[in-house]
Structure formats: C-alpha cells, structure tokens
Design a protein around this ligand. Structure first.
Ligand SMILES: Nc1nc2c(c(=O)[nH]1)N(C=O)[C@@H](CNc1ccc(C(=O)N[C@@H](CCC(=O)O)C(=O)O)cc1)CN2
Ligand SMILES: Nc1nc2c(ncn2[C@@H]2O[C@H](COP(=O)(O)OP(=O)(O)OP(=O)(O)O)[C@@H](O)[C@H]2O)c(=O)[nH]1
Ligand SMILES: [Mg+2]
Length: 448
C-alpha cells in the first residue's frame, strides 16, 4: 500500500451551492474514527441513523444529520467509508468539513479521488469509471442510457471477451511452439487458431467503424449556413427558443460562430450559427467567414438557409463532407415569393423564422436525423478517443499477425497477439495503468 491509500479523504459529493441536503463523503482508514468524533458513536453499518454532529475541537453543535457507515471492503471505494447527510447550507457544509479536516489523517479529496480509489481497489474498471463520468455529465436521455451501460460494464465486458479470444489464439499457437519437434502439430494448431482470430479482427473493425458513441456523448453538430440576411440567426433563435444570436437587417451581422445545445427527443445536438457567406467587406468579416466554412465542413448536418423572398437565384454554396447531410431551408415563407425551382438533391423545408411557420416539421425532421445517426438497438462499444486508440492498436497488431500468417514464426505471431491483448488491457485499466490514471480521473468533479 502506498502513502496515498493510507490517507483518509473527505469532500462534499452533492454539488456546490445551497441545497436542502448536502452529502459529505469520507473514505479511508480513519472514516470510522471520523464518525465517532463527530457523531459520538458508530451507527450500525449501512443504515441511516440520525445523529447530532459536534465539532470535536470545541464541543459546539454543528447540525442534526443522517449518518451512514459503510465498512470496507463492501463499500463504493472498497475502503471504510462514511457519509454525513447534513442540512445543505454553505456554512453547515463548511463547518462539518472543517471539523473533519482538523482530525489527524483526514484531508480534502482531490478531483475524482473516490472513483480512483474504487478503481485501485478493484471495484470498477477504467472503462466503467469513464462511464460514470459520462453519467454524471449526461444531459439527455440517450446520453444517460449510453453512460449507464458503460458504467455497468458494457465496454469492460466486450473487451474481456476480445481478450479471451486473443488468449485462446495464443494458447493454440503456443501449443504449437511446445510441440515444434513433432512435425505436423504446429501447422495444425495454427490452423485451429485462425478462424477465431479473423472473426475477432472483424469485430474490432466493426467497433472502430461505429462512431455513434462519440456522437451521443458530444452531440451531433448541425450547422446553419447561407448568404447574409437569409435569416440564419433568426432560425437559430427560433429552434433554440432562446434569444441567442443578434438579429438585424444589416447583412453581415453574425461574425463569431455561435453554438447552442438542443435536446431533440432525448438526443443531444449542437446547433451552430455562422456568418453569412459572401465576398467579405473587411478583415473581421473575412475571418468570420473562414470560421463559418471550417465548422460547416466538420458538421454532421448542414442547413442551407435561403431567403425565399429574395429575387436572387437559389444556389447552395457549400460542400459538406460526403457522410454529412445537407438540407435546404427556405425561410421567410411569410413574405410570399413566387414559386421556386428547388434543387432536387436536398430535403427541403419552407419555414418562417419570424412566425414560426414550418418549424415543427423541421424540428421533427432534425430529431429523426439525430436519432438515426446516434441511435440503434445496441450501445456502441467505443465512446472516447482513449478507448478507440487502444482498440485500434490492438487491431493493428492482430492484423499484422494475420497478414504474416504464412511467413512469420509461431513466436512472432504469438508476440503480435500478446501486444494486441496488452493494448486491450489498457481500455479497462488491467495494464499500463499509471500513466492513464490522471487522464481518466482528471475530468471528474470533486467528491466523485
Ligand atoms: N448517498 C449516496 N447516494 C449514492 C451514492 C453514494 O455514495 N451515496 N453513490 C455513489 O457513487 C451512488 C451509489 N453507488 C454505490 C455503489 C456501491 C455502494 C456499496 O456500498 N457497495 C457495496 C455493497 C453493495 C450492496 O449492498 O449490495 C459493494 O459493492 O460491495 C454504495 C453506493 C449513487 N447514490
Ligand atoms: N419576414 C421575415 N423576416 C425575417 C425572417 N427571418 C429573418 N428575418 C429578418 O431578416 C433579417 C436578417 O435576419 P438574420 O437572422 O439576422 O439573418 P442572418 O442570416 O443571420 O444574417 P447574417 O448574420 O448577416 O448573415 C432580419 O431583419 C430579420 O428580422 C422571416 O422568417 N420572415
Ligand atoms: Mg446572423
């Protein structure tokens, strides 16, 4: 055990700001002593007990609180843990924390330190810890579902299955190595290993190709593009039902890229308003247009907004990436213009950002788009770049081994499989953990 595990940590886990109740959690070898010092006794394990809390330094009463005692190792962190559920006023929380930190061996928890200890004590894998972080950050139902699956082992279980398949392959090939003296055995053992490894590589490639996980977590991006004054900012405000962007009849009003998060049927989307595209009048507008183009080129869906009252011919002046959607939104339907010839390729919507006409249909279509892109019966395996990188590395080694099947020795093939298994081990934190801990737990809040 290193020095860190021996310290006892405490923090408020229920968020900052005044609330009816605040939860203060304590974890480590001194957690039991801390309860005795403040509550006067150790209540029965895992039962809420009402106790008067006092500051052991002065004997001053601090609160009447619910106290819970979770003896290790059957606790969330695997250590002795305690909880004080106190009245949520800032001064109450501050006084209880101050009394705790005055006890020998008790110090403030660092960001994510409870979860880090849970990981180090084998209570959860790194992939599950990442799921928990996402669960706490989840804003939409779909994000919650995906994060919950990961917090309870979805990716960890899949990685374990992949590792087991590699180990089976290695065992067969190593059996061949052991029997190398006897003529046919190696070739036969290898032949047995191959189909399983090929199936595994196909599975890894499928998981790597599936980008829904990141899309659910970060939200699909929907960029609003068009000529100046088409009503892009008005559309953004109408769809967001908030006054996010400045609207004016001056062409070239919007320069900065503006973003607003939408919840479309439980799916997160990020709506992006951009500068109108034209020959810029000055350096600032030119920079705005450059930024607009960069975001349009990276969007999952582009809405080309056209001013339907404009006599100018309709032309879509952007080329989003091939996998992105491109829809045409003809705005200002309240200013009846003449009949228009629509470009055949795009889905077209007639709306008025001013009166709200047609916006329900557009919103429903956007929800359909996001659901189709991010939804699906089964949760995706990979969400984060960290996970993707490790699995890509594993797939690379496996591919290498399979490609060299006829040329490489048993030892070299087994080595590629070992490297692949090692890379997978980094997903769950079974392997090479030290350098990963800070990356994973840094994003947690204090008290988690
Ligand atoms: N008040 C409170 N609510 C909370 C938490 C908390 O710590 N405190 N949690 C904080 O994350 C979550 C619940 N997570 C928990 C996970 C494990 C254990 C636990 O004691 N596990 C033991 C015993 C399980 C059992 O009784 O079946 C174990 O796994 O061995 C407790 C909470 C959400 N709600
Ligand atoms: N009648 C009518 N006017 C609209 C509608 N939508 C926007 N407008 C008006 O059109 C003008 C331009 O609107 P904006 O939303 O600022 O247009 P924009 O495309 O963001 O313009 P830039 O930021 O300059 O590129 C404003 O005067 C709006 O009030 C609409 O549906 N009907
Ligand atoms: Mg604008």
């Amino acid at each position: 055990m290193n020095g860190q595990e021996e310290s006892t940590i405490a923090a408020v886990s229920s968020g900052s700001g005044a609330a009816a109740v605040a939860v203060i959690r304590v974890s480590g070898p001194r957690a039991g002593e801390a309860v005795r010092a403040l509550a006067g006794r150790l209540p029965p394990p895992r039962r809420a007990s009402l106790a008067r809390l006092v500051d052991p330094r002065s004997g001053e009463g601090l609160d009447s609180a619910l106290v819970l005692w979770f003896p290790g190792p059957a606790s969330a962190t695997g250590e002795d843990m305690a909880e004080f559920q106190v009245h949520g006023g800032r001064a109450v929380v501050a006084a209880v924390l101050a009394a705790l930190f005055a006890l020998p061996g008790v110090r403030p928890a660092e960001r994510g330190e409870f979860s880090r200890r849970a990981f180090l004590n084998g209570r959860m894998s790194l992939a599950e810890a990442e799921g928990l972080a996402d669960l706490i950050a989840a804003e939409t139902a779909q994000q919650r579902r995906q994060a919950l699956a990961h917090a309870f082992g979805h990716l960890a279980d899949r990685v374990e299955g992949w590792r087991a398949a590699l180990v089976r392959g290695m065992a067969l090939i190593e059996a061949g190595i052991d029997f190398a003296e006897e003529d046919d055995v190696p070739a036969e053992a290898r032949a047995l290993a191959r189909p399983g490894l090929e199936a595994l590589l196909a599975e890894l490639d499928t998981a790597l190709a599936d980008r829904r996980g990141a899309m659910v977590r970060d939200g699909a991006t929907i960029a609003i593009a068009g000529r100046p004054n088409a009503g892009k900012s008005s559309l953004m405000n109408a769809l967001a039902a908030r006054d996010v962007a400045i609207v004016s009849d001056e062409p070239g009003t919007t320069r900065d890229v503006l973003e607003v998060a939408l919840d479309l049927d439980g799916h997160k989307a990020i709506l992006i308003d951009t500068a109108g595209l034209r020959e810029a009048a000055g350096a600032v507008e030119a920079e705005g247009i450059r930024r607009a183009r960069a975001r349009i080129e990276a969007a999952d869906l582009v809405l080309w907004v056209h001013d339907g009252s404009d006599s100018e011919a309709l032309a879509i002046e952007v080329t989003p990436p091939p996998e992105a959607g491109l829809w045409l939104v003809v705005n200002k339907s309240d200013l009846a213009g003449g009949p228009m010839t629509m470009p055949a390729a795009a889905r077209t919507f007639a709306v008025s950002a001013r009166t709200g006409d047609g916006l329900d249909g557009l919103t429903a279509a956007l929800a359909g788009f996001v659901t189709a892109r991010a939804g699906g019966a089964e949760h995706p395996a990979l969400i984060r770049e960290r996970q993707r990188g490790a699995v890509a590395e594993a797939a690379g080694h496996l591919r290498q081994g399979l490609a060299g099947w006829e040329m490489l020795s048993d030892e070299l093939i087994a080595e590629e499989l070992r490297l692949a298994a090692r890379a997978l081990g980094r997903v769950t934190g079974a392997i090479d953990v030290e350098d990963l801990l800070d990356v994973v737990f840094r994003e947690f809040c204090i008290g988690k």
